[in-house]
Design a protein around this ligand. Structure first.
Ligand SMILES: [Zn+2]
Length: 107
């Protein structure tokens, strides 16, 4: 994991614009992560780039077993009522808001 020596939001201009497929919010490079559609521990290989907030959220809502058996696509993840609640909540937060700010600072 690369270190963050800068506030990622100052680099939004330099980063290619990326919108998280889950919450549809702009996520600079430092706020993106690869989500395994089928968890790595379940031998999944295919990944999708999401923002770190959604990356965390997915693993709070779903167990690895659920991700493997049912919620193994962005479309299915989006269909879950808890995902909808999460998107509604995060969409009201300012653009630079991240629930993972603390986690990033620790790296
Ligand atoms: Zn997101």
């Amino acid at each position: 994991m690369r270190k963050l020596a800068y506030n990622p939001y100052f680099d939004v201009e330099k980063d290619p614009k990326f919108y998280c497929p889950i919450c549809k919010r702009l996520a600079p490079k430092a706020f993106q992560e690869e989500h395994h559609l089928v968890p790595k521990s379940k031998k999944g290989k295919e990944t999708v780039t999401v923002c770190v907030n959604c990356g965390d959220m997915i693993h709070k809502i779903f167990t690895n077993q659920e991700l493997k058996l049912e919620y193994n696509s962005v479309k299915k993840i989006l269909s879950h009522p808890d995902t909808k609640k999460w998107i509604e909540w995060i969409s009201k937060k300012p653009a630079d808001f991240s629930v993972c700010m603390k986690r990033l600072k620790k790296r």
